[in-house]
Structures are given as structure tokens and as C-alpha cells.
Design a protein around this ligand. Structure first.
Ligand SMILES: [Zn+2]
Length: 432
């Protein structure tokens, strides 16, 4: 094997001629001098069309490559500029790196792969780069991957959701494909203009092919969907409808807690430390404390309760029938979406008349809200669009957001989400 080909294989470069290789022992740095293979020279960095040369640009440049063993490796090459008929004067394309990148393709791909799989520290330590650089890399890898394929091909049934990030100050609008179960689009913002951009990308034909759209009940989403996809059946996201019930339940719990605290204020104060055995009982204090901790017992699905939480629920059933009724109403609504179909619609009828008579304002109001959205809720029960997909996308993006904290922009969070949930994660370099 010729040395040049061996080096090309080790460095993971294609269509590239490797010339002299130097090793700087003091800095443990390997420098490989390379140039694009014949046929790869003088191409526009943006569109890769062949162009006339323009000048030598900024002279020689370096690109960080994957480490070779324990040694940091870089490629060094000329970076001439060309004059593209469409893009004007641009730095010429190089086969070993994405346009404008300071790292090789393989380096980028490995960072993107790791960012989805590992902790922040693992990625930055292993690859010896800053977290912001990871953000820039995942952004360009995702853009490159998405440009290379039509992610909207064959899309029929979509789900639209708004997900808060940065502690609820900012929002992403996301679109999932119910059939491939993938994230297909995300953008910062939550308004008609933002969502309009998705339908622009989808195009008139793509919009006409959409048969079902699930979304939360936000009017702005309903308006855009009605306008852009007039043929689509609109379905309410069960995930959000159940979340309304959880919010109503929490309102009832807070009332009960406030009542207990009001009672507690009439009770005698106690000093620090363990109370004396003959101390007067303080039922208000005890109730307030137990209700405060009851939040998760009320929120969780009964099948996931710990023993302690199940005990707490039993205590609520015994001591606060109204709060317990609110809990049963929440669970009843969850049941509607669990059984789905005709049985689900019947269960919803029963639930609505129960809610109307329950004498708990939060649930009376919820009943009215659900009646208002009955058509889209019935569509969900009939067409069985999974709420698990929206729910899990929501949860996973929140997790990614924790990782993406420290990236400069929402673009990097979106890119990370597309890599992790959109199926755009590149394979590890050198693997099929
Ligand atoms: Zn061009």
C-alpha cells in the first residue's frame, strides 16, 4: 500500500491526496498536508459547481481531524477562492470538510453522534472541544443531513405541538409524523407565522396530502391548519386534554392546601425541635404539610404510584372527599382516551354529565372547555392518533434542552432534536 493511501484511510478522507505528513513531537500534533483530488478542485463551496479560480484567499488553513491514537491530527491545505456564477466569490469546496467548518466531516459526524448519546462532559473531554463548538457542529451536521433528503416525503398524519424551553420564556413549534414516529420539523416561536413556514416548506402538494392533524387546542394552530390543510381531519391531542384535567386537579389541591393553611394560622405557634408529648394537636399544620406533599400522588397514573403515594391517596379519599372527587374526574378523563373509539365517546358523555354536576368550579369549567372542543376530541377517539408520540417528543425535547443549555442559539437545540428524534444522526465514521 502506498503511504498516501494509508494516510487517507487513517485520516478518514476521500477524494483527497495526502502529501507530506509531519509530527510535532513537542505538541503531540500530527499535520497532514493535503489537497483535493483532481476533479475536486475549483468547486464552489456552496453548490459544488465547477468555477473559475479567483485568488489564493487567506492562504493555508487547518482542519481538525479525528485523533490518531492519542495524537491530535490536523489537515493543512490551501484554501483558494473561486468565482461562482450564482454565489459570487467564495472559498472553494474541500472534499474532507463541510463548507465553512474548521473540522473534518468525520470529526463533525463523530461529535454529532456523541452529542445524542453521551453527556456534555463526555463529548467535550473526549473530543477536546468547547460545548459551544459542539453546538455549531450539531447545527451544521443536521442542516447538511436534512438538505440531503426529503424529510416530508409521504407524510400524511402529523402532530403539531408547542414546547416551552428556557423555563417557559421561549417556545418551539414542533411537527411530528405519526406514521414514521419522527420529529420532522421544529422552529423557535409559536405563532401563525412560524407554523406557516412549515406549510410553506411542505408545499401545496404536501399540504393537500395531509389527512390528519393532531394539535393542542390553541386557536392559532387550528386557524393555520384549517387554512393550509382544508382536507385534513383535525384531532385534539389527548396528551394536552389530560393535562388540562391535571391542571384543574392541581387548582383544587391548592385550594385545599390554602384552606388548611388558613386553619393553621389560627393554631398556636411552636418552638424549634420535637414537640412535647402533651402539645396541643395542630390539624391545620398537619393537613397543609401532607397536602403539599400529595402533589405527585395526585398527578401520577395510579399504576405508577409508590406505596407511600398510594397511602397518601387513601388518606385523601378519607379526609377530603372533594379533592378525591377531583382526582377521580382526572382519572376518568384519562380512561376516555385509554379506551378510545366508540367506548371512549360513550365514556366521555358520561364524564361530561358527571363534570357538570360535580360542584367543583375547576372541573365544571373544564367540562365546558371540553364540550367546546368536542368535535376534535371525538376525531382523536375515532382515528386513534397516539398521544404517546407527542408526549414523548415533549419529554425528550425538555431533556435535550437541559443539554443544549449553553449553546448560543435555539438553532443548536433544534439541530440536536432533529439528530436525536428526526432520524438524522449520522453513523459513526467508518461504519456502515
Ligand atoms: Zn455556487
Amino acid at each position: 500500500m502506498r503511504n498516501g493511501r494509508l494516510w487517507a484511510g487513517l485520516l478518514g478522507v476521500e477524494k483527497t491526496t495526502v502529501g507530506r505528513v509531519e509530527f510535532d513531537e513537542d505538541r503531540a500534533l500530527l499535520v497532514a498536508h493535503v489537497r483535493p483530488a483532481r476533479g475536486e478542485r475549483r468547486r464552489c463551496g456552496l453548490c459544488r459547481r465547477r468555477c473559475p479560480g479567483y485568488d489564493q484567499g487567506q492562504g493555508r488553513r487547518r482542519w481538525r481531524a479525528l485523533d490518531l491514537g492519542v495524537v491530535v491530527a490536523v489537515l493543512e491545505a490551501d484554501a483558494p477562492r473561486v468565482r461562482c456564477a450564482e454565489h459570487g466569490v467564495v472559498v472553494a469546496a474541500v472534499p474532507w470538510a463541510r463548507h465553512g467548518a474548521g473540522h473534518t466531516r468525520f470529526f463533525d459526524d463523530q461529535v454529532a453522534w456523541l452529542a445524542v448519546a453521551c453527556s456534555k462532559t463526555a463529548v467535550t473531554e473526549l473530543m477536546r472541544i468547547a460545548w459551544r463548538t459542539v453546538g455549531a457542529i450539531v447545527t451544521r451536521v443536521a442542516e447538511d443531513a436534512m438538505a440531503g433528503m426529503n424529510r416530508f416525503a409521504g407524510v400524511r398524519r402529523i402532530g403539531i405541538d408547542e414546547i416551552s424551553y428556557k423555563k417557559g420564556h421561549r417556545y418551539l413549534t414542533v411537527v411530528v409524523d405519526h406514521d414514521s414516529r419522527r420529529l420532522i420539523w421544529a422552529a423557535a416561536g409559536r405563532d401563525t407565522h412560524t407554523l406557516g413556514r412549515f406549510f410553506d416548506l411542505l408545499g401545496a402538494q404536501g399540504c393537500a396530502a395531509i389527512t390528519h392533524v393532531s394539535a393542542d387546542a390553541a386557536d392559532w394552530i387550528a386557524d393555520v391548519v384549517a387554512q393550509r390543510c382544508p382536507n385534513a381531519v383535525r384531532c385534539a391531542d389527548a396528551f394536552h386534554v389530560v393535562a388540562w384535567a391535571t391542571e384543574a386537579l392541581d387548582e383544587v389541591r391548592r385550594q385545599a392546601w390554602n384552606d388548611a393553611r388558613a386553619l393553621a394560622r389560627t393554631e398556636p405557634r411552636r418552638g424549634r425541635g420535637r414537640p412535647r408529648a402533651d402539645a396541643a394537636p395542630r390539624p391545620g399544620h398537619d393537613r397543609a404539610r401532607r397536602l403539599k406533599n400529595a402533589r405527585y400522588a395526585l398527578w401520577k397514573n395510579p399504576e405508577n404510584l409508590t406505596d407511600r403515594q398510594a397511602d397518601k391517596l387513601a388518606w385523601i379519599a378519607k379526609t377530603d372527599p372533594r379533592l378525591h372527587r377531583a382526582y377521580l374526574l382526572k382519572e376518568g378523563l384519562r380512561y376516555v382516551f385509554a379506551v378510545k373509539g366508540h367506548a371512549g365517546r360513550e365514556a366521555l358523555d358520561r364524564w361530561l354529565s358527571w363534570a357538570a354536576r360535580c360542584r367543583i368550579p375547576a372541573f365544571v369549567a373544564l367540562g365546558r372547555k371540553i364540550r367546546k372542543h368536542r368535535v376534535t376530541i371525538d376525531a382523536t377517539l375515532e382515528h386513534g392518533l397516539s398521544n404517546a408520540l407527542i408526549e414523548s417528543t415533549n419529554t425528550k425535547i425538555r431533556l435535550l434542552q437541559r443539554m443544549a443549555f449553553g449553546f448560543a442559539s435555539a438553532d443548536a437545540l433544534i439541530a440536536l432534536a432533529m439528530l436525536a428524534l428526526g432520524g438524522f444522526r449520522p453513523p459513526l465514521p467508518g461504519r456502515a
